[in-house]
Design a protein around this ligand. Structure first.
Ligand code: ATP
Ligand code: MG
Length: 433
């Protein structure tokens, strides 16, 4: 039932599925951190998911890393389903490569650039079109080598001027970047559609309602790129969209205004703030022309490779989920990315109540559930407050009135149910099926 490596490393196996809150590296704080303005930074830091190093730079703590890994796992599954192969490129980049495309200067404000001890100028990658195109020259030479798609989940560095949005705008942040290579623009167009659909599936699995909108091509292309935007007040972008059909544009490029008529269906257009969680670009032959990435077609003629690039920020996704899924008491994680399936605790020191919870703790492992056991010697009030702050979707507790049974509740609802031990596991199984 479990992967072989879990049998080889039993210690890892144990911590993977269950954890005692008393042993957790982080502790929840009574108050939100000073100096944070964004909701995601406040809640994630207070609950101990992340720890701030400096503006726009956060360390992921055990709970936060579990969420980030689940977000990344969903993205990885959908990339693998497209037939894309996973790679891992270097963050450290030589100036010479980025000078060929002119982006060493073009990106100089946002790219960390410095001179190393042997007087070489180097930079930290803001994105990876140049290195992937250069590397692809070693492996793509014929039409028989195409199409191809490779992706990575790796950290990017950008000297962002407004790093006040927690995980939504990091200066060091995780990005999934996919690159595809094609013989023709038509082949690129059809793969681009497949990726757009994979993106829709990813955001659906992440429980993030997105709109795919037309946006600027940035430094890449004069035509549109497509952004995946989550409508949220915390967003830095403005969108113009139709509530009746799919029409939507970034206000930056749109000719239309709030209250205007939709060019597709004539209904009224609306303006809202949005958070860009994904962005896909048709690069055409911009990078292959500049760096000399060619293939020979079936007639032996050399032609430039057509390329596209596709980004999603797993950290920004995690911050966005908190922005759209929280209440005044804390975070409300969707099932697909919660750090644990259930929070369990005894609301009192009665040995019988503790025994019942310990049984669920022990059995959860063989049943394949990840549980966080709040075994701290603190008041029921503190436990319930922290359970709300942490935002795990299911809470299973024993109290003075449960008499050998369990009280089970959902973080997103106020209703409670009293159930037997067997029913605890049937509830877990139906909740996470
Ligand atoms: P923005 O306009 O918000 O600055 P961008 O258009 O420069 O973003 P892209 O280069 O398209 O970003 O990056 C691809 C994806 O990486 C984005 O859709 C987003 O999910 C994520 N991302 C970009 N910048 C950041 C950042 N500073 N912090 C966290 N995630 C980011
Ligand atoms: Mg973008």
């Amino acid at each position: 039932m479990y992967p072989a490596f879990l049998k080889v490393f039993p210690a890892f196996f144990k911590t993977f599925f269950k954890m005692k809150l008393s042993a957790l590296f982080t502790k929840t704080k009574h108050n939100p951190p000073q100096g944070e303005v964004s909701i995601n930074a406040k809640l994630l830091e207070q609950a101990g998911y992340i720890s701030k190093m400096m503006a726009g730079v956060y360390a992921y703590m055990p709970l936060g890393l579990r969420v980030l890994k689940k977000v990344s796992a969903i993205i990885r599954e959908e990339m693998d389903a497209l037939g894309a192969q996973e790679i891992y490129l270097s963050a450290l980049q030589p100036k010479a490569l980025w000078e060929v495309t002119g982006r060493w200067n073009e990106l100089s404000e946002i790219m960390y650039q410095f001179t190393d001890r042997s007087d070489q100028e180097v930079g930290l990658a803001t994105t990876h079109e140049e290195p992937i195109t250069e590397i692809a020259k070693h492996y793509i030479s014929s039409y028989k080598d195409l199409p191809l798609a490779v992706y990575q989940i790796q950290d990017k560095f950008r000297d962002e001027p407004r790093a006040k949005s927690g995980l939504i705008r990091g200066r060091e942040f995780s990005m999934k970047d996919l690159y595809s290579f094609h013989t023709t623009g038509n082949d690129l167009d059809s793969f681009y559609l497949l990726v757009a659909n994979a993106y829709k599936k990813i955001f659906q699995r992440l429980c993030l309602p997105v709109r795919m909108i037309e946006a600027s091509g940035g430094t890449f292309t004069k035509s549109y790129s497509h952004e995946f935007q989550v409508i949220a007040d915390a967003g830095e972008d403005k969108l113009i969209y139709c509530t009746n059909c799919d029409y939507a544009q970034n206000a930056e490029i749109s000719r239309y205004k709030d209250g205007g008529h939709c060019p597709h269906c004539e209904k009224t257009l609306t303006e809202s703030r949005g958070i860009e969680v994904g962005n896909i670009f048709k690069l055409g032959t911009k990078f292959s022309d500049a760096l000399g990435l060619h293939y020979t077609d079936s007639d032996g003629v050399a032609r430039p490779v057509h390329m596209a690039s596709y980004g999603i920020g797993p950290g920004r996704v995690m911050g966005t989920i908190v922005e759209v899924s929280h209440d005044e008491r804390g975070i409300i994680w969707p099932k697909s990315v919660t750090p644990f399936h259930a929070y369990i605790a005894s609301l009192g020191n009665d040995p019988g109540m503790i025994e019942c919870i310990k049984k669920v703790y022990t059995k959860s492992q063989s049943a394949g559930y990840e549980v966080l056991y709040d075994d701290r010697n603190v008041s029921p009030g503190v436990k319930l407050r922290d359970a709300d702050l942490l935002g795990i979707p299911l809470r299973i507790v024993t109290g003075t009135k449960s008499e050998g049974k369990y009280e089970i509740s959902e973080r997103s609802m106020s209703t409670k149910k009293i159930v037997t031990e067997k029913e605890v596991f049937t509830t877990l199984s139906s909740f996470y099926s």
